[in-house]
Design a binder for this molecule. Structure first.
Ligand SMILES: Cc1cn([C@H]2C[C@H](O)[C@@H](COP(=O)(O)OP(=O)(O)O[C@H]3O[C@H](C)C(=O)[C@H](O)[C@H]3O)O2)c(=O)[nH]c1=O
Length: 181
C-alpha cells in the first residue's frame, strides 16, 4: 500500500513537428484535485555522476515543505517515505522514475522524507517548495537505513551530510498524521 498523500502528475503535452509544449505548473489543476498548496520557492540541482544520491531530507514544522519534483535532464529514481506519526503507512516508501521524456511529476506533501538517486550523468532536478529554506529546521535520515530498493550499482555518491545522517531506527519524527503543520 502506497503512502497516502503522494500524487503522481503527468501534465498534458501538446506535441507538434517543432517538439512539445506543456504547462508544468497550474494552480487550478491542484485546486481541482483538492490539493491546496502555494509554492514559494523553486529549486534546481544538477548531479554530475550517475549514482548520486541526495537525501533523505525533510524540513520540520513550522517550515515543513510540500514539494513538486520533476526531472529536466537525465533520469532519477525519486523516493518519498511517510514519517507522519500515527499514519497507517508510517515508514513506508514509494519510488518513481522521473525523466524529461515521461514528463511525470511527483507531489510529496509535508511529513515525508524526500530523496533521489540519479540514473544518468548530469541529471537535473527541478522542484517547487511550499515554504522557504529554513536550515534550522533541516533534518535527514540515512538513505540505507530503510528497506528502500534504490536502483544502485555499487556505493552512491553522497554529500558528507548525507553520509553522516542518523539511521531511521530511533528517529523521532516531528510530524503527526492529519496535522498539516
Ligand atoms: C535545500 C537548499 C539548500 N541550499 C544551499 C545549502 C547548501 O549550501 C547547498 C546545498 O544544499 P544541500 O547539500 O542540502 O542540497 P541537496 O543535498 O540537494 O538537498 C536537497 O535535496 C533533497 C532531495 C531535498 O528534497 C531538499 O530540498 C534538499 O535537502 O545549497 C539553499 O540555499 N536553499 C535550499 O533550499
Amino acid at each position: 500500500m502506497d503512502p497516502v498523500g503522494l500524487v503522481v502528475l503527468e501534465p498534458r503535452r501538446f506535441s507538434d513537428e517543432r517538439g512539445y509544449f506543456e504547462e508544468t505548473w497550474n494552480r487550478r489543476h491542484f485546486d481541482d484535485a483538492g490539493i491546496g498548496v502555494d509554492f514559494v520557492q523553486d529549486n534546481a540541482s544538477m548531479s554530475i555522476q550517475s549514482g548520486t544520491l541526495r537525501g533523505l531530507h525533510f524540513q520540520a514544522p513550522p517550515h515543513a515543505q510540500d514539494k513538486l519534483v520533476r526531472c529536466t535532464r537525465g533520469a532519477i529514481f525519486d523516493v518519498a517515505v511517510d514519517i507522519r506519526r500515527g499514519s497507517p503507512t508510517y515508514g513506508r516508501w514509494s519510488g518513481i522514475e522521473l525523466t524529461p521524456e515521461n514528463g511525470r511529476q511527483f507531489f510529496i506533501p509535508k511529513g515525508f522524507l524526500h530523496g533521489f538517486v540519479t540514473l544518468l550523468p548530469r541529471s537535473e532536478v527541478q522542484y517547487k517548495c511550499s515554504d522557504y529554506y529554513a536550515p534550522a529546521c533541516d533534518g535527514s535520515v540515512r538513505w540505507d537505513s530503510l528497506d528502500i530498493d534504490w536502483p544502485l550499482e555499487g556505493a552512491p555518491v553522497l554529500s558528507a551530510k548525507d553520509a553522516d545522517a542518523p539511521a531511521f531506527a530511533g528517529f523521532q519524527s516531528p510530524f503527526v498524521f492529519g496535522d498539516n503543520a
